[in-house]
Design a protein around this ligand. Structure first.
Ligand code: FAD
Length: 404
């Protein structure tokens, strides 16, 4: 294989370097890292880290010594251009690296708002450690924040901000929260919990402008004519995959860097993994680009296997979690295309799961405070299994019996 050069040191890039060494890969591994921190975990940025008092080191996957001990070169720089004929990566600093195999693990970046005053200092985003740190230092009881977007990150931030005593409004264009990702059962439950915590949720409306006075944010205007006063605006309206470097190198990209079922691009010396990769899914048929820790780490492990001689088709089962206030949402499988939802558990008690079916086939399980259902789903769906809607609905049906 020769040297493996990994562009991006997030969840996917870090895991690939670690898994390669674990599998006995003996050649050069360089991890190009354009953030000024050791590789770290992103999920706590909108959860525990934002809420807590721990320092950045609490987020790091491994201490500095790990990289030295494992001869993983962490290069603080930005990959600037790829020459695929010469197999070279040019870095922003002017340095250049030769590769035997190149891996794009470039992740995604925030989609920016394009409305009046969106560039003011009090308009914030939440993707990287520095942004989370700045928000953590900024938010204080009594402050008024408008969160734009009721997706996972918007709602996680909203719940944390509310718990810290802020006045919180959430504005969402869709008619329910997390509409793209979860069933109406979960949306409704989540919405009622956030409302009960004192968060005001505005659905079916758009923020048309951020109002400011002398550069200081004073509020937002909505498409229905409403004005919400605010000191701070936090935007969570999705991400864009970082595909430009690959595209400039002449690799096919669409809504991600296009890779096959082995996570290889059109160039046999170049792979792409994690949030930036649009991969051919054997499990689901068609192309998928997912944004999750599971996807990033399982992609990384698959490529590490291939580069150490065990080529296998990528077939990871998607799973995901989101902590919002006191509630833990977990998802197993992909529920796209469901036509029937069976609820198991007790919605009133705040512990239930939505089993999503197409016909009689179980596609996925969304759980609220039901970790057992979630783990069951990962095992069952991972093995290609299913249970009938009647079994799912029957509280006396023993899920474990379906795993035997
Ligand atoms: P990233 O982690 O984005 O890493 C890519 C890295 O590449 C970045 O450091 C980027 O700066 C760098 N890079 C890009 N271009 C270059 C270049 N040219 N040169 C050098 N470096 C470059 N997922 C879950 O499953 N559960 C959760 O609860 C959850 N919560 C989240 C909360 C927040 C606030 C965020 C932002 C994400 C959350 N996610 C969660 C999603 C998860 O973090 C991502 O799916 C995961 O980080 C993807 O890993 P990645 O390595 O593909 O990309």
């Amino acid at each position: 294989t020769g040297s493996v050069i990994i562009v991006g040191a997030g969840h996917a890039g870090f895991q690939l370097a670690a898994s390669l060494r674990q599998a006995g890969f003996a050649e050069r591994i360089a991890l190009i890292n354009d953030e000024g921190h050791l590789p770290y975990q992103r999920p706590p940025l909108s959860k525990a880290y934002l809420k807590g008092t721990g320092g950045p080191e609490s987020l790091m996957f491994r201490p500095d010594k790990f990289y030295q001990d494992n001869k993983i070169e962490l290069i603080t720089d930005r990959a600037h251009a790829i020459d695929r004929n010469a197999r070279k990566v040019a870095l922003a600093s002017g340095a250049s690296l030769d590769y035997g195999h190149l891996v794009f693990a470039t992740g995604a970046r925030n989609r920016l708002l394009d409305i009046p005053n969106a560039k003011l200092d009090a308009v914030r985003y939440l993707r990287i450690l520095d942004e989370s740190q700045a928000l953590r230092d900024l938010i204080a009881p009594g402050m008024r924040v408008v969160v734009i977007g009721a997706g996972f990150i918007g709602l996680e931030f909203a719940a944390t901000a509310r718990a810290k005593g802020l006045e919180v409004d959430v504005v969402e264009l869709a008619s329910r929260v997390m509409a793209r990702a979860v069933t109406a059962e979960i949306s409704e439950f989540s919405q009622s919990r956030h409302s009960a915590a004192g968060i005001r949720i505005h659905l079916g409306v758009q923020v048309t402008a951020i109002e400011a006075d002398g550069g200081k944010v004073t509020g937002v205007s909505l498409s229905n004519g409403t004005h919400i006063p605010a000191d701070l605006v936090v935007v969570g309206v999705g991400v864009l995959p970082n595909v430009e470097l690959a595209a400039e190198a002449g690799l096919p990209v669409a809504s991600g860097i296009i890779v096959d079922e082995h996570l290889l691009t059109a160039d046999p010396n170049v792979s792409a993994i994690g949030d930036c990769a649009l991969y051919t899914s054997k499990r689901f048929g068609g192309s998928l680009r997912l944004e999750s820790v599971q996807n990033a780490t399982d992609h990384a492990r698959c490529v590490a296997s291939r580069l150490t001689g065990k080529t296998e088709v990528y077939d990871g089962l998607p799973w995901f979690w989101s902590d919002q206030g006191p509630d833990k949402l977990q998802m197993a499988g992909l529920t796209t295309g469901y036509d029937r939802v069976v609820v198991r558990g007790d919605r009133a008690q705040g512990a239930f799961s939505a089993f999503c079916y197409r016909g009689d086939k179980l596609l996925g399980i969304e759980s609220i405070n039901r970790a057992g259902d979630h783990m069951f789903g990962r095992r069952l769906l991972g093995a290609g299994g299913s249970i009938t809607p009647e079994q799912a609905a029957d509280a006396s049906f023993d899920l474990k019996s379906a795993l035997a």
